[in-house]
Design a protein around this ligand. Structure first.
Ligand code: GDP
Ligand code: IMO
Ligand code: MG
Length: 431
């Protein structure tokens, strides 16, 4: 049985997770987010209509599907209600199938100010964060001073915790970062107003998932960011502040790791990265520009241009091992149409030695010179193809070579942004 499917990004995010989660949700009972926050931007395109989700699980457009936000997610009450409101304006009922864990850590205005002040102080050495307060919020959680969703519903508890935290942050703003301090009353009043709207959504997510399991229901665990942005296993320190790997699905939603049946790794047919940090196969020439243009590589959250490069099979190998990827979904194959000669990175030279897998941490990755294999490209269009047999032979060869290098099957291929522009190879995923 493949009831609990974890879907994670195997690169630096934006692999197309949202599209695939939405598409697979057709056969699921629930979708759960387990880490990250509104730094994520997951795009769904259905009958030409584009929806970008940041905090809400990508199953939200399926009316009968439970959408859950697990304890591992950092939640900005303001961003959450804004996103719900935007969908409601489109006539989508969100609240009747959305539940949020009371154990979620909050993102409050001082986290956003801290994120931005810290980036400004770093200057050219900045991480290139989304500026949404993600890092500082996770820091508070680990420092055991975080304010959580459950604290919103007791005004005294909330006000006391806010006072203590704000004192600390305001001291740093004033004396270390030289930025304006924030006002206690303003934050307290506005957040407590949001609390009323959030309270009906709060639920025991861990228990819900346990019961869904008991009843043999299918659940999709939706990762945000990507493996190479994982705070432990990515290109540290140019990473996000959460664990984005499959293992985090358990800790971030309150299930046992034994409940994960299947891990689907999403990978683009090339590579992109937004923000700073090393990127061995980056292309700063017209081929990279072509990928950016055809792939519309602009961030779904910040609108920043994404850096583009060749497919990195040696990095994918690392991701497959870390996540225990059972099968891959290759997205954006159509963006590779029309490239005469394609390169695949199969390893690196670092300090004169050969490596066949990406090392951990930015300082080592930055020294990796890619070793490429070259393959012929294809001129026919793959855009919108929904049957494997109809793909050009050279495109099939490209996919086969990827499978061979990383010794993992490709279960799904995506040939366009539309929900329907998808090729299913392993139909067990839908059963
Ligand atoms: P996520 O963060 O992993 O959910 O990915 P994003 O939504 O940030 O970025 C993926 C972008 O590629 C979005 O604009 C999608 O609409 C688009 N997309 C997804 N799959 C495909 C595909 O197969 N082909 C093309 N051309 N675009 C795709
Ligand atoms: P989805 O879920 C791509 C990147 C930022 C920055 C670093 C740290 O859409 O794939 P943060 O604000 O998290 O502290 O920023 O991580 N980043 C993403 N890049 N896709 C994402 O999410 C990302 N979320 C964060 O650009 O380099
Ligand atoms: Mg994205």
């Amino acid at each position: 049985m493949q009831n609990n499917i974890v879907i994670i990004g195997t690169q630096w995010g934006d692999e197309g997770k949202g599209k695939i989660v939405d598409w697979l949700t057709e056969s699921a009972k629930a979708v759960v987010r387990f880490q990250g926050g509104h730094n994520a931007g997951h795009t769904l395109v259905i009958n030409g209509r584009k929806t970008v989700l940041h905090l809400l699980p990508s199953g939200i457009l399926h009316a009968g599907v439970q959408c859950l936000i697990g304890n591992g997610v950092v939640v900005s009450p303001e961003a959450l209600l804004k996103e719900i409101g935007e969908l409601e304006l489109l006539g989508i009922n969100v609240r009747n199938h959305l539940s949020i864990s009371e154990a979620c850590t909050l993102i409050l205005p001082y986290h956003v100010r801290m994120d931005q002040a810290r980036e400004a102080k770093k200057g050219t050495a900045k991480i290139g964060t989304t500026g949404r307060g993600i890092g500082p919020s996770y820091e508070d959680k680990v420092a055991r001073r975080a304010i959580r969703i459950q604290d919103l519903f007791d005004q005294t508890i909330f006000a006391n915790k806010l006072k203590e935290n704000l004192e600390y942050y305001n001291f740093l703003f004033e004396h270390y970062y030289n930025v304006p301090v924030l006002d206690f009353n303003q934050i307290c009043d506005s957040i407590l107003t949001y609390a009323k709207d959030i309270k009906p959504l709060v639920s025991d997510i861990s228990r819900k998932l346990f019961n869904l399991r008991k009843n043999h229901q299918k659940v999709i665990f939706e990762g945000a960011q990507g493996t190479l942005l994982d705070v432990d296993l990515g290109t540290y320190p140019y990473v996000t502040s959460s664990n984005c790997v499959a293992g985090a699905a358990a800790t971030g939603s309150g299930i046992s790791p034994k409940m994960i049946d299947y891990v689907l790794g999403i990978v683009k047919a090339y590579t992109t990265r937004v923000g700073s940090g090393p990127f061995p196969t980056e292309l700063t020439n017209e081929i990279g520009e072509g990928l950016a243009q055809r792939g519309k590589e602009f961030g779904a959250t910040t609108g920043r241009a994404r850096r583009c490069g060749w497919f990195d099979a040696a990095a994918l190998k690392r991701s497959i091992q870390i996540n225990g990827v059972d099968g891959l979904c290759v997205t954006k194959l159509d963006v590779m149409d029309g490239i005469e000669e394609i390169k695949i990175c199969v390893g690196y030279i670092r300090n004169g030695k050969k490596y066949d897998i990406l090392p951990f941490g930015s300082d080592l990755v930055v020294k990796c010179e890619p070793i490429y294999e070259t393959m012929p490209g294809w001129t026919d269009s793959t855009a919108g193809i929904t049957e494997y047999a109809k793909l050009p032979t050279t495109a099939k060869n490209y996919l086969k070579r990827i499978e061979e290098i990383v010794t993992t099957p490709i279960d799904i291929i995506s040939t366009g942004a539309e929900r329907s522009e998808t090729i299913l190879i392993n139909d067990m995923l839908f059963k």
